[in-house]
Design a binder for this molecule. Sequence first.
Ligand code: NAD
Length: 378
Amino acid sequence: LTIGVPRETFAGEKRVATVPEVVEKLIKLGFAVSVESGAGDAANFADDTYRAAGAEIVADAAGLWANSDIVFKVRAPSATEVGLMKEGATLIGFIWPAQNPELMQQMAARKVTVLAIDALPRMLSRAQKMDALTSQAGVAGYRAVIEAANAFGRFFNGQITAAGKVPPAKVFIAGAGVAGLAAIGTAAGLGAIVRANDTRAEVADQVVSLGGEFVKVDYEEEGSGGGGYAKVMSEGFQQAQREMYAKQAREVDIIITTALIPGKPAPELITAEMVKSMRPGSVIVDMAAEQGGNCELTEPGQAVVKHGVTIIGYTDLVSRLAKQSSTLYATNLFRLTEELCKTKDGIIDVNMEDDAIRGLTVIKQGEVTWPPPPLKPA
Ligand code: NAD
């Protein structure tokens, strides 16, 4: 079968769904690979490097889609792209079926099969190698620290030099999921003093193992909702949390917020008052900007200065490190392809008896199969 990789069309998207080193591996699994001309340009992968790896370069999107049995995408397809799909083909990419019911209907009408990488059951340890939410959140967490460091006027690490003593920067991370943990590791690696908080107390050990200090909210309440994710906390907890965050805002130089609750707007954790209380030159990176933001003053997609504090609400952190994020994403899709092609003969089998494959298959030959039945307890 032929795997096709179109150029991403979503504005500002710089990633590409496969990279030359993965093309070689896909060919070894028995597939032919076609890449739309220019698909890797924004991530610094030229057509020639794909060609050298054994891919065919196709000049236009229509030709690419029409001849692909399997399409690798990063973003969910546009209506135009859905119209270009070959009947019976398989599409693999981020789909977010709950947020995109219309797209789901359009794709089903094309009698295609769709594997939504965002619907992978992440709790299965076998699924970790395919977990693109984790690989991409890790890149975003790293980049958030780099953006903060770039906007901050001082070193992260403490230094004693002939020209004077420099104190280390203090960084507070709100939310210690995948992105928050990556941010903790990166900021600690640069030499900052790092503190972090999460409503799920179970992450405290991970925070410490990455070089951070876990700061608890002085209020007893279990923070875990379903599937290892957070829930909306009680008013009493939120009040105690605001007091603790207000204290952190007065003390630290940099705040990176990553707090999200599946299916709900991002919790507001940093108020305008807290921003006002920060020292001039401080930086906030709000990684929840796209879901409404964790900071009251965030402007999604922008970097703004308010009360002397730079507030960064970029929604394209992953695309700002497109070569790295594309490489990790391509590897996640390769691992998935290996699971679909155990026979290594260039043919895929979407096995609905396999928990991981069942979970991410949202449309099977035109039939909507999302949401999947709950996972059987191990
Ligand atoms: P996410 O992006 O949905 O949320 C980010 C973090 O924000 C979470 O840690 C959450 O607890 C925290 N948060 C939410 N509300 C908050 C508040 N009011 N104050 C402070 N923090 C708040 O989460 P994610 O990074 O995608 O992953 C979270 C969970 O997914 C993990 O805990 C893990 O259980 C699960 N996961 C499992 C695996 C696996 O088992 N292989 C892999 C990846 C993720």
